[in-house]
Write a protein that binds this ligand. Structure first.
Ligand SMILES: C[S@@+](CC[C@H](N)C(=O)[O-])C[C@H]1O[C@@H](n2cnc3c(N)ncnc32)[C@H](O)[C@@H]1O
Length: 355
């Protein structure tokens, strides 16, 4: 489907009906931002909106998919072409790549902070660790080079250290083993914190915990931490700007912040018959809901520039951006994910400093 052509057509037909973007959005029960995104060619309406859109704009589905008014003579040929494209694209859109796994099906959603928190807490409090396999230091995740090789975090000795999205505490154990002077963990799930607390206590490690969404200002002390890190944690936030603003507040001047997350390009490309094909737009930052066994998760893919600009906007300087695959790990994995990781990064890590 030609998103740009369809977007222009929606705008033209909306104007013919004398509707503003806001009025059109109100009838559909969505935000005018979403309408603007469609009209700029930066996203397609969800399937559930297509029929109502056609009704309001007085066009038919075939014309919507074609992005133009159709004469009777062209109708059948266009319908056939559109059906074929739709079936192919639906198949590809259903591929939900989370970590190294291609799972279930994905639905685009309007982001609602409470819903996102509720859904993700439920996932992480129940099956999350087993289902996704919690990433823990020295691994930054997937087939990425390990922290032992990269040394992004530097020395932990005498440092006050905070982990964002600490999960069941396995990365905190690494920080303790590396000599952290004080250890704090933040997580949205009370159950994860309980697991982390029990796990660390059993190893004789003391740590403090705060249960809060990372995007909220919480009771962590200001100007306090030398080192803040997050392993597959940051991408869960509903608000990147607020998250970085608050992390910046908790850190001492000169402190280091390192985080790793799934590389956005990896989510756009799937492996089919030994070929890599683009199955999603890199520019698509829409929120989606994905089935994970009998639970769900809600996430969005953010472009690398979104992370980098949010860091810069919130007082960080970027010292390093790592996009890499450990070639030995990838070759040893001998599967589609390994073959893909040899051609593009599946994980990225950023080291930034508070100035
Ligand atoms: C992949 S796990 C992190 C695993 C952890 N790095 C470790 O070493 O075990 C992601 C964690 O982020 C937490 N999380 C999800 N959304 C969050 C949010 N908005 N604020 C804080 N934590 C969140 C989840 O509860 C989960 O424990």
């Amino acid at each position: 489907m030609d998103q740009v052509k369809i977007g222009r057509f929606i705008a033209e037909m909306r104007k013919q009906q004398n509707l503003t973007q806001r009025e059109f959005a109100e009838i559909l029960g969505i935000s005018d931002k979403t309408v603007s995104k469609w009209e700029c060619g930066n996203g397609m309406p969800e399937l559930s909106f297509m029929y109502p859109i056609c009704n309001i704009l007085k066009i038919n589905l075939n014309e919507l998919f074609s992005g133009e008014k159709l004469a009777d003579a062209d109708y059948k040929k266009k319908a056939e072409e559109n059906m074929i494209t739709l079936v192919k694209e639906t198949e590809n859109m259903k591929k939900n790549i989370v970590g190294g796994q291609v799972l279930g099906c994905v639905d685009t959603i309007e982001m609602d902070i409470c819903e996102v928190h509720k859904t993700n807490v439920e996932f992480w409090s129940t099956i999350g660790n087993e289902f996704l396999g919690a990433a823990a230091l020295p691994s930054w995740g997937g087939l990425f080079p390990s922290e032992d090789k990269l040394k992004l975090l530097g020395s932990f000795s005498d440092k006050k250290v905070l982990e964002i999205g600490c999960g069941n505490g396995h990365s905190m154990k690494y920080a303790a083993d590396m000599g952290a002077a004080e250890l704090w963990g933040l997580d949205i799930s009370a159950k994860q914190i309980e697991r982390a607390e029990n796990f660390l206590k059993a190893q004789g490690i003391n740590a403090k915990f705060v249960c809060s969404p990372m995007e909220n200002k919480c009771e962590l002390p200001n100007d306090y931490f030398d080192l803040v890190y997050s392993v597959y944690g940051i991408g869960w936030t509903t608000d990147l700007d607020k998250t970085f603003k608050h992390i910046h507040m908790y850190m001492k001047k000169g402190g280091v912040f390192v985080f790793g997350w799934s590389h956005p390009i990896h989510k756009c490309v799937s492996v089919e018959n030994d070929k890599l094909i683009f199955s999603n737009s890199y520019f698509n930052e829409e929120w989606y809901c994905a089935d994970m066994g009998d639970k769900k998760i809600m996430l969005s893919n953010r472009m690398l520039s979104t992370y980098i600009n949010a860091l810069a906007d919130n007082g960080f300087v970027i010292e390093k951006l790592i996009e890499a695959t450990d070639p030995e790990k990838a070759a040893a994995s001998n599967n589609d994910f390994g073959r893909k990781a040899l051609m593009l990064p599946t994980v990225f890590a950023i080291k930034a400093r508070k100035v």
